[in-house]
Every structure is written in C-alpha cells, then in structure tokens.
Design a protein around this ligand. Sequence first.
Ligand code: CP
Ligand code: NVA
Length: 305
Amino acid sequence: MKKDLLTLRDLNADDCEALFMRSFELKQRRAVGIPDRTLQGKTLGLIFDKPSTRTRVSFEAAMVQLGGTSLFLNTKDTQLIRNEPIADTARVLSRYLDGLVVRTYSQDLLMDLASAASIPIINGLTDLYHPCQVLSDLMTILEKRGRLEGLKIVWVGDGNNVAHSWLNAAAILGLNLVLACPEGYQPDEAILAAAVKDTKGKIVVLSDPDEAVRDADVIYTDVWASMGHESEHERRKKVFKPYQANQRLLAMAKQDVMVMHCLPAHRGEEIAADVLEGAHSVVWDQAENKLHMHKAILERLMSDH
Ligand code: CP
Ligand code: NVA
C-alpha cells in the first residue's frame, strides 16, 4: 500500500529514527561527493498554492540529486483554479507521477487528495501542519546535541502549523516540549490534547515566555503572522511583542541554548537580528538539513527498494 506523509502522526518513533539515520548518511555521502541514484526514473510533482523558497527548492534539488526529476506546479496555473475537483486531479496526476508534495491551506483538502491518489502524498505545509520541517529540525537538534532525550525544547510565539507538528513530534518521540503562546494564539486544543495523552515525555503550554525559556536547551520561533494571516500582521505585532527571541530572553535559557527558526525570518519582530545572526543560532544548518531530510523522506515513500 502506498504511504503518505500528511502529519507526523503517520510515523512512529522507529520510522523517525530510520529517517534520521538515513538523512545523516545522505548528508555525509554528499559531503564527500558520493552520488546516490536511489530515485532514478522517478518523477516528483509539487503543487503549491502558497509561496515557498526552502521547501520547494530542497525537494526539487533532492530529486535531481537522487537521480530523479521534479515538476513544479503553481495551483493557479492548473485546472484546480477553474474548480476541477481535487479527487479528479489526484487520480490523473497519479497516472503521471511517482509522488506529490502539496503546499496548501486546508489539511482536509490535502487528506481528500491523498485518499483519491494512488501515489504517495507529502504535506509541504498546510494551515495545520508542517511535518517535513519538524523532521529536519529534529535532525538538526540530533546533529548538534547527539540526543533528543532530556532536552528542553521551547516554542515561543504563535501556536501555528509548525507548533502543531512539534506537538505531534512530542507525542511520538516523547519530547520535553514547552510552548509559550499569547492567550488566543495557543495551539489547537484537539491536537494539544491528543499529544498530551500520547506522549511519554512532557508537554506544557504557558503564556509567559520568560518562565517558558528558563533552562531551555532549544528556543524555536517562527513568524507571528503565517501565510494566510497577513491582514492580522499589525495587530499581531502588538500582541506578540513580549515573545520576541532577543538577548534578554536568551539570557534566561541555558548558556549553550540553540536558537532555531524555520525561516523566512522577520528581524526585529519574532527574532532580533543579533540573535538570528548570533553564536546561538543554527538557522542556516537547519535550513540546509531540509535537503538531506527531504531526500530520506522521498526514498522512504517513493523508492522501490
Ligand atoms: N521553512 C520553510 O518551509 O520555508 P519555505 O516557506 O521557504 O518553504
Ligand atoms: N508558520 C509559517 C511557516 C513558514 C515556513 C507559515 O505558515 O507561514
């Protein structure tokens, strides 16, 4: 049966472990110039109806580097914009392609597409989740720290799609995850409750960012207004001001705290410029790791072996 990656709940801890191992191996092999051709002859489609730099380019580069090819489609250039049903689109694309990365608004639409498709469907970000992002973020933490156990990972800011994928990660991997979000911007209650129920770790949601980051090993932040919420940007800037990842906040965390951001970053909003560019920031390695993790994901879902 074909496998999809629609949320991190499609994976268990062993699946994640295999992805981490393979992404490290692929990174190492690329570093020493060993070519991999595990997806030779395969074609990946990407249908995006939100902008993207990293996710699009890392998936497309991953395909080429693994011997396959990719095809990028902006939704507005397809018949979807003229209301061709998603299920019809899914069935037709399944006849041409070997896998599809989708970036869209609605998680329900993604799930409908996946049900009608006979090829693997990968969530490249929806309003609700960003699973591939958090897999490469976890890879980055493992790369820098050698472990996930015992680390205090603190999410500061909006309880958004990336935060939801962190909750799912905490559920399947038993992380120690603290989220500091303003009232009214906390994560989805059902996603939070399911994660709290299933985790062998610890999940706490607070509204005080200072309390949350105490002794943090990782501080993670993201934009205050995600794609689709641009009209709320000015209002959100006021509400989220105390949640900026700046030197004052970092001083309350562990001395060797790692600062992460999925990018794109807004300097002077969710993150101070000197923190983004500072010694604690791992954001560029974090962005690079999307390439290696996406290769591991594509192999897992699309390879014949
Ligand atoms: N982090 C991330 O998903 O970036 P893009 O929006 O550029 O793909
Ligand atoms: N939460 C952000 C992530 C961007 C990669 C958004 O959805 O816009």
